[in-house]
Design a protein around this ligand. Structure first.
Ligand code: NAD
Length: 503
């Protein structure tokens, strides 16, 4: 599918993709593929007001009927999977298979949300007072502001939108300034679902704001947007989380990771090898869950690490739309520079580096392709504290599991973690209260590639938010406790007497 076919299948016309000042470049070759219009501050304010109006209508539509809109959205995504997956590859550089996988995640969360629309359950709670009932209701919140990162340009929107919409909210999305085209394509798909749905869906139920961080900041600081779901770097989350807290809003933060895998002596080294490779070099190391560190037991180090190094030397790097390629480009030159600085630092600290250099320069002068880097850390260097958003895998040797878990946890971030072991005791320790401190702790599966059914997110500087499956829907709703008295008395809780007597 060529670029014009992709745009045409996704309903993106010339006016939308060639009419503005925000230049969009494909990381594949650095070529400009579009220039889209940036929303002015006044336009953003208008969109926020539109969203408030849409919310006031939508909250009255019964939740199972709201689910029908998301069912239609999922069906259209099925039809557009190849086109949208291709645009994801084109705009953010991940390989086509992963682009398709990202769209599949959108379809999966739509299916999940349709079911959830009939399960927005509250509790009934025993009252301490006679002839009283206590109930819990979940009510919609209002416009949900979504800020997303470049590396999951469409899935993050859908995780939030599918649930927020069945919960009775409207949404406003500020995508990464590096990937506005996929956002405009998703808006088209949403509009199509709205048209098929019928008139009880209000205009502007979902809207896109195009702009840089200031556009996001305007939404973050608006009291009309009660929930901000922000995905991106921890540096961004620190600012956004503080600003939302200052106005007593609610934030859902999905931030950086520094994910590790422990390979125990009993591990199945074949699956450990595959899990590490996909986690470390997949998406060119640009997933929040990418494997950044491995702790390999000294008994298996000399078998596993040379094998990884051989694979690093042979992995196919190139155009992400070529089905034989496993590693596409970095997003831009800044990402490349950050990678080189991190490698320089590792080398100064005594790390032994395999790979890491730029490649395919002749073919793609303005595309930043790199050989994934594997860095064997020497005993004295403790840990790597910063997330570098590039394919660098730091390798450590360990002898004692408690020590490996402690070193794994000894970073500011707490997103994803894994252990490869066939020792059931080790697996149970890893997932116990004294094991991994991350939001995700896998056994015999790598750190990346979560399913939508579980709650996704992490602790510490990863932000503490959870989205997607499990009970993550509750973040888009407010909890209301209601006590009802069906007696002719007015007993007070805790047996308090407040007797005024007769008047
Ligand atoms: P980024 O922080 O540079 O930008 C993310 C988004 O935040 C963009 O839309 C940007 O415009 C916006 N933004 C930045 N500063 C802002 C501000 N002050 N106010 C409002 N909006 C602001 O991140 P990126 O480079 O696009 O993505 C990579 C990062 O995202 C990595 O750290 C990665 O780990 C993280 N990430 C986390 C998850 C997760 O679920 N935990 C998922 C994907 C990516």
């Amino acid at each position: 599918m060529n670029i014009d076919e992709i745009f045409s299948q996704l309903g993106l016309n010339d006016a939308q993709i060639n009419s503005g000042t925000l230049q969009v470049f494909s990381p594949i070759d650095g070529a400009q593929i579009a220039s889209v219009k940036i929303d002015s501050s006044a336009e953003i304010e208008q969109k926020i007001d539109n969203s408030v109006m849409a919310f006031k209508q939508w909250r009255n539509v019964p939740a199972p009927r709201r689910g029908e809109l998301i069912r239609l959205l999922g069906n259209i995504l099925r039809d557009k999977k190849q086109a949208l997956g291709s645009l994801v590859s084109l705009e953010c550089g991940k390989i086509y298979q992963e682009g398709l996988g990202e769209v599949q995640e959108m379809i999966d969360i739509c299916d999940f949300a349709v079911g959830q629309a009939r399960q927005l359950y509250g509790l009934t709670i025993a009252s301490e007072r006679p002839s009283h009932k206590m109930r819990e209701y979940w009510q919609p919140m209002g416009p949900i502001g979504i800020i997303s990162a470049f590396n999951f340009p469409v899935a993050v929107w859908s995780w939030n939108t599918a649930l927020a919409v069945v919960c009775g909210n409207s949404v406003i999305w500020k995508p990464s300034e590096k990937t506005p085209l996929t956002a405009l394509a998703c808006q088209k798909i949403f509009d199509q679902a709205m048209a098929e749905f019928g008139e009880d869906a209000p205009a502007n139920l979902s809207q896109v704001i195009v702009g840089e961080r200031e556009a996001g900041a305007q939404m973050v600081n608006s009291k009309k947007v009660p929930v901000i779901s922000a995905t991106g770097s921890s540096a961004m989350g620190k600012i956004v989380g503080t600003q939302v807290a200052e106005r007593f809003g609610r934030s859902l933060l999905e931030l950086g990771g520094n994910n590790a895998i422990i390979v125990a002596p009993s591990a199945d080294l074949n699956i450990a090898f595959q899990g590490i490779l996909f986690g470390a070099v997949g998406t060119c190391g640009q997933r929040c869950t990418s494997t950044r560190r491995i702790f390999v037991h000294s008994d298996v180090y000399d078998e596993l690490v040379p094998k990884l190094k051989r694979a690093y030397g042979q992995i196919k790097i190139g155009d992400p739309l070529d089905e034989n390629v496993l590693v596409g480009p970095l997003i831009d030159q800044q990402a490349y520079d950050n990678m080189q600085s991190a490698l320089q630092l590792a080398s100064e600290n005594g790390g032994l580096i395999t790979g890491g250099e730029r490649t395919l320069v002749q073919q793609y002068r303005d595309g930043y392709y790199v050989k994934p880097a594997l860095v064997e850390m020497q005993g004295s260097v403790d840990n790597v504290q910063l997330e570098t958003f590039a394919p660098i895998l730091y390798v450590f040797k360990y002898t004692d599991l408690d020590e490996a878990i402690a070193r794994q946890n000894d970073v500011p971030q707490g997103l994803s973690s894994a252990i490869f072991t066939r020792d059931v005791l080790e697996a149970e320790i890893f997932t116990s209260e004294s094991g991994s401190d991350c939001g995700i702790a896998n056994v015999n599966i790598g750190t990346s590639g979560a399913e939508i059914g579980g709650a996704f997110g992490g602790e510490k500087e990863t932000g503490g938010g959870r989205e997607s499956g499990s009970d993550a829907w509750k973040v888009y709703m407010r909890r209301m406790t209601s006590t009802l008295n069906y007696s002719k008395e007015l007993p007070l809780a805790q047996g308090i007497k407040f007797d005024f007597g007769d008047l």
